[in-house]
Design a protein around this ligand. Structure first.
Ligand code: ZN
Length: 189
């Protein structure tokens, strides 16, 4: 089932999300719904707070970018990845700039600077313990989604100058003055 995406201004996007205590049919259904929602919105990542659930869960699927990334020498993981109760062990390497967007902040892209390599620990959708070291776009998308479960949005990481310029647009968004080509849950409603 495609779920509506919560937009900038929603409290749930600002909460530090809770761990998932145990596997259950509800958790598996939620994962399926999030994958469908991400796909339906042409996203490459989606975190549970974005569909209104304050849980430490996010999904990433770099498949649509795989060919482009390969041309740049990056081998992205194939197919969707599910991260449950993820813990960032380390962010390292050179700082890199990239223009990021977010399904919860439609039509807005801004340069965000992040360390280019990560080391993360998490449970996959079968609750098996995993560790991943990643760089490039894979690292960046995971960092962006990890931020979501910590209550952080990419606009928190842009320069204060840029943030000032966007203040009005973000305020309007929080008031429900926003459109997207996928279903939205508007805070003002
Ligand atoms: Zn996002």
């Amino acid at each position: 089932m495609i779920l509506p995406i919560y937009v900038y201004g929603a409290d749930v996007l600002r909460r530090v999300a809770d761990p998932i205590e145990a596997d259950s049919p509800e958790v598996q259904q939620l994962i399926d719904d999030m994958l469908e929602t991400m796909d339906g919105a042409n996203g490459i990542g989606l975190a549970a707070p974005q569909i209104g659930r304050s849980l430490r869960l996010f999904v990433v699927d770099l498949s649509p970018l795989r060919e482009d990334l390969a041309a740049d020498g990056e081998i992205a993981p194939e197919g969707p990845m599910v991260f449950i109760n993820a813990e960032m062990i380390e962010e390292e390497g050179d700082l890199a700039d990239f223009e990021e967007g977010c399904l919860s902040i439609p039509d807005l892209r801004e340069e965000v600077e992040r360390p280019s390599e990560i080391h993360i620990r998490y449970l996959d959708r079968h609750f098996r313990e995993k560790e991943l070291r990643a760089a490039g776009m894979t690292a960046r998308v995971i960092q962006h989604e990890y931020d979501h479960i910590e209550g952080i949005l990419f606009v928190d990481r842009i320069s204060s100058f840029r943030r000032k310029l966007l203040r009005r647009r973000l305020r309007e968004m929080a008031q429900g003055n926003v459109e997207a080509e996928y279903p939205l849950h508007l805070t003002a409603e």
